[in-house]
Design a protein around this ligand. Structure first.
Ligand code: GLV
Ligand code: GLV
Length: 327
């Protein structure tokens, strides 16, 4: 009698197949669409475990009514889509996918920073649109990244991996975090700063903080006003860490120079989103951990977590109250 699980998105059968010996696996069947809330609600009542996406809301209503549900494996390092308090009350174990995505997400964050600073998207469009008529001294001149100051807000694993990349670019590294990260200070020559100091001194302000009540719209009008007018803002964490209207206004008023954004308050955004009307914005569709290798590793980690739990062991990467407070 194999434990039954439901996966809320169609994942490659080649990755899932080896697990079918151990788990009774059902998957959402539509390849281009996410599961709808009522199907998720229904399936949750019938299974021992769920594999969920960051776009699924795992609500207290779902957790309270799914009587047989023992575990939710979220295919993401973030878990703000899951009502953790309710999961604990209902004794449902929640797991996430840290570590396996750290380097890949740091690569994307750094790529977004470089792309924004050096106007890569604009420049590629310029060539593709046949606008390149001659060489010019300041043609699509961007801003240097090397030897500048990067301010990392949220110095967890991904923040450290971004700092490591910044070190290779001879950047001066500042960070702000809920708690001091003395390891990063020593290994990466990262200097702790208050949020305000970091905003005032950084050329690149990079948000990698998980979304919590405390970080809700921490990048607001006042925060953007404190930044240099040459500052570039990068968000690769969660959209709700930013007041999007304030970001738009700061870009229009030239209180900051540019922004690179991978995440939004409400996803997906449409082409009519105000930020997309600005040339100095590079906007990506929440692809931080999206390499083929890493997405496969994340799926495998979700399934391995469920198997450990169903075998009566501790999950490989559980989200616990303690972990939640220390990331
Ligand atoms: C992606 O945003 C994640 O949390 O893994
Ligand atoms: C976030 O939780 C991280 O790994 O940095």
């Amino acid at each position: 009698n194999k434990p039954a699980i439901y996966i809320t998105r169609q994942l490659p059968e080649s990755v899932i197949a080896p697990y079918r010996n151990i788990l009774d696996i059902e998957m959402w069947s539509k390849s281009e669409q996410p599961v709808d809330a009522s199907t998720l609600m229904d399936k949750a009542q019938q299974v021992d475990g769920l594999v969920t996406m960051l776009s699924d809301q795992v609500s207290s209503e779902l957790l309270g009514t799914a009587k047989g549900l023992k575990a939710v494996a979220n295919l993401a390092v973030g878990f703000d889509n899951i009502d953790l308090t309710s999961a604990e009350e209902n004794e449902v174990v929640v797991t996430n996918t840290p570590d396996v995505l750290t380097e890949t997400t740091a690569d994307l964050t750094f790529a977004l920073m470089l792309a924004t600073a050096r106007r890569i998207v604009e420049a590629a469009d310029y060539v593709r649109n046949d606008e390149w008529k001659n060489w010019a001294p300041y043609l699509l001149a961007g801003t240097d990244v090397h030897h500048k100051t990067i301010g990392i807000v949220g110095m967890g694993r991904i923040g450290e991996a971004v700092a490591q990349r910044a070190k290779g670019f001879n950047m001066n590294i500042l960070y702000h975090n809920r708690s001091r990260n003395t390891e990063a200070e020593q290994a990466l020559q990262a200097n702790y700063a208050t949020f305000e100091e970091l905003l005032i001194e950084s050329d690149y302000v990079v948000c990698l903080a998980p979304y919590t009540e405390e970080t809700h719209e921490m990048f607001n009008t006042q925060a953007f006003q404190k930044m240099k007018d040459t500052a570039i803002f990068i968000n690769a964490s969660r959209g709700k860490n930013v007041d999007e209207e304030a970001l738009y206004d700061a870009l229009v008023a030239k209180e900051i120079k540019a922004a690179g954004v991978d995440v939004y308050r409400q996803e997906p955004i449409r082409a009519s989103h105000p930020l997309l009307s600005l040339d100095n914005v590079v906007a990506l569709p929440h692809i931080g951990s999206s390499s083929e290798e890493t997405r496969t590793a994340m799926i495998q980690l979700c399934l391995d977590n469920l198997i450990e739990l169903f075998n009566g062991n501790v999950a490989k990467t559980p989200v616990t109250e303690k972990k939640r407070l220390s990331t």
